[in-house]
Design a protein around this ligand. Structure first.
Ligand SMILES: Nc1ncnc2c1ncn2[C@@H]1O[C@H](COP(=O)(O)OP(=O)(O)OP(=O)(O)O)[C@@H](O)[C@H]1O
Length: 300
């Protein structure tokens, strides 16, 4: 069994002259939650639609579970559940009847219904009409629909769009619970904070190009630790620090420089020895946001 549930090779999609996705080599490992992160218009939906065989690639190929999608489209997509468009459950039917309807359409046994209702934690509301569901409940029902047919891979395109904070939390908790049940998840988002909270891996797409992919943890490790110092008088401190630490810079009254915990003592001694008052000195780890901004090209 392939360890890569999704692999794309030079996947490209053009709309006329415009390149929406460019030579994308995505690798999604079995059992992972892969956060596909990019600003609006970055190319996430286009890439996802190609992975699902909903649109053709202009160039390149998609492999699912180690096999070419081109050659085994129907057999492979049977193992994939997806939520790509806005949820479309019937409001005049109960949650359970909506699931029954999908089972009938796709020839899936009804005995899977209770199982997926349990996974998305909607068993208590299965007989309630969907029009009386909250948006978060509707979205969980849509995920239950995608889970019918016992897929191995679940693809969710911006599943928290339009939800309120409690709905977002419900979906987040649900997604986090899925790998333990044997699912691999590809979830797209334009929100860094969301990906940071749920994903084990991240792929960053910008203007159609996958600029980074790997474990979230490794991504965070790319960051430097910075020493932040608040001290006075500023002009004298600037002169002294620049002489000893050429990488230092001043921002909003705070001196900053790359460094480690061991250097803090040495810097503090230098400042005190030169009659500079220290109001604060501490170590700051780069956060995911600053790393993200480092990866994507600066706006002109
Ligand atoms: N059918 C189409 N014809 C022409 N251009 C398109 C088409 N579909 C998408 N695009 C363009 O391709 C780019 C990528 O769009 P895509 O929907 O994949 O981005 P996205 O990252 O999913 O963003 P969003 O979160 O806003 O949906 C955008 O500039 C979009 O305008």
């Amino acid at each position: 069994m392939s360890d890569l549930v999704i692999e794309t090779k030079n996947l490209t999609r053009c709309y006329g002259e415009f390149v929406a996705v460019q030579s994308m080599n995505m690798q999604v490992l079995r059992g992972s939650i892969y956060g596909f992160l990019g600003e609006n218009g970055a190319g996430k939906t286009t890439a996802i639609r190609m992975i699902l065989g909903l649109i053709h690639a202009t160039n390149g190929e998609v492999y699912l579970f180690g096999q070419s999608l081109k050659k085994n489209r129907h057999a492979l997509l049977r193992h994939v559940g997806a939520l790509v468009e806005t949820p479309s459950a019937f409001g005049h039917l109960s949650g359970k009847d909506n699931l029954k309807y999908i089972c009938k359409l796709r020839n899936i046994p009804y005995n899977q219904i209770d199982e997926v209702l349990d996974i998305v934690d909607l068993a208590y509301a299965k007989d309630k009409l969907v029009r009386k569901y909250s948006l978060g409940m509707r979205q969980r029902l849509s995920i239950a629909m995608a889970l019918l047919g016992q897929p191995q891979l679940l693809i969710l395109d911006e599943p928290t769009n339009g939800l309120d904070p409690s709905g977002i939390r419900e979906i987040r908790d649900l997604i986090k619970s899925l790998p333990a049940k044997g699912y691999t998840i590809l979830v797209s988002s334009h929100l860094l904070s969301e990906v940071e909270q749920i994903a084990s891996h991240v792929g960053i797409i910008h203007a159609g190009q996958l600029l980074y992919q790997g474990e979230i943890e490794n991504f965070t490790k790319r960051g430097q630790t910075m020493i932040h110092i608040k001290c006075s008088p500023i002009t004298k401190a600037m002169q002294l620090l620049e002489e000893n630490y050429p990488q230092v810079y001043l921002e909003n009254g705070l001196f900053q420089m790359p460094g480690s915990e061991e250097q803090i003592d040495e810097i503090a001694r230098l400042l005190v020895y030169n009659q500079i008052s220290i109001h604060g000195i501490y170590l700051q780890q780069s956060n995911l946001e600053s790393l993200f901004l480092d990866v994507i090209p600066k706006k002109q």
